[in-house]
Design a protein around this ligand. Structure first.
Ligand SMILES: C[S@@+](CC[C@H](N)C(=O)[O-])C[C@H]1O[C@@H](n2cnc3c(N)ncnc32)[C@H](O)[C@@H]1O
Length: 275
């Protein structure tokens, strides 16, 4: 089949379905294993290539995200393996990395825990860019297996622990980062198909109000923080005030918006004098 025709056809179909038309070129380039810039240089596809590309285009038309089609994702300039047991890393979360790296440098932070690590993307991006001791925890054994593979793939040393929130975490850290599940249960059905059909419910469901995991962190994180310890948490855009009000055991430092201008990251420090 002629590649130009296939590209045009796929883009038109994606447009009609409200899918980003850029995904067509991404899918074709990934399938052919060539940089996107080389696509205009290719004229004819072999029947096998055509079949593979059409299979992936159809998967995308059924709302499967490209990260789940190709079982890989890019986050903070790094490559990660992805499967249906973990949340696909979100670009929105890159601001959490920027924020963590800022405080690590500023406060000479030496130890970090990534709670609810999933694919390991936050832990690995931090470890890759800072000289810190890193531990990462998740309740899902399948997620931890993938996170370990991703740590190896990115050549970083991280200790992974299976733990229901902080229950199995022994050490104290200068910083805990976390992107916990934070979607209110009743809103999960309203999410776009890409998320509700292909990301695991365990990574999304934050309980009735979406705030269950923040409450656990406020109630328990003290035992795993050094006296000058900090928390850097991802939140949903509308959760800023509720989470700040809930964090009675901590001093609020700042709210950092993501690149789309939405409230995305909250920074707290242990308010030792008032505890
Ligand atoms: C929103 S995902 C975040 C994944 C990853 N940190 C990221 O930013 O892409 C939340 C993660 O929390 C994990 N999780 C859910 N309940 C948990 C619990 N009780 N204790 C520890 N981890 C939990 C899920 O398995 C999932 O990997």
């Amino acid at each position: 089949m002629n590649l130009l025709n296939l590209r045009k056809q796929a883009k038109q179909q994606f447009k009609e379905l409200g899918i980003d038309t850029e995904d067509a070129d991404f899918i074709i380039a990934e399938t052919l294993n060539v940089p996107r810039t080389e696509l205009p240089l290719i004229n004819e596809l072999t029947p096998k290539q055509t079949k593979q590309i059409l299979k992936h285009i159809n998967e995308r038309k059924n709302k499967k995200p490209v990260s789940k089609i190709f079982k890989r994702a890019y986050f903070y300039g790094l490559k990660f393996k992805i499967n249906n047991k973990v949340l696909s890393p979100r670009q929105d979360s890159e601001i959490l990395i920027e924020t963590a790296l800022k405080y690590i440098k500023q406060n000479k932070i030496k130890s970090v825990l990534d709670l609810c690590t999933g694919s390991g993307c936050l832990a690995i991006a931090i470890k890759k860019n800072a000289d810190v001791m890193l531990q990462a925890a998740d309740i899902s054994q399948a997620a931890l297996r993938l996170a370990k593979t991703n740590a190896k793939l990115n050549d970083v040393e991280i200790k992974f622990v299976k733990s229901n929130m902080l229950t199995k975490i022994k050490n104290k850290f200068n910083l805990i980062v976390s992107n916990p599940p934070y979607i209110p249960t009743h809103e999960i059905n309203l999410l776009e198909d890409e998320v509700k059909k292909f990301d695991p419910i365990l990574a999304l469901d934050g309980g009735k109000t979406g705030l269950d995991f923040y409450k656990i962190i406020n109630d328990t994180a003290i035992k795993n923080l050094t006296p000058d310890g900090m928390l850097i948490l991802e939140i949903g855009n509308e959760q800023k005030d509720d989470v700040i009000n809930m964090f009675s055991n901590f001093k609020f430092v700042e709210c950092v918006p993501d690149y789309g201008g939405l409230n995305r990251v909250l920074v707290f420090k242990l308010n030792k004098t008032e505890t």
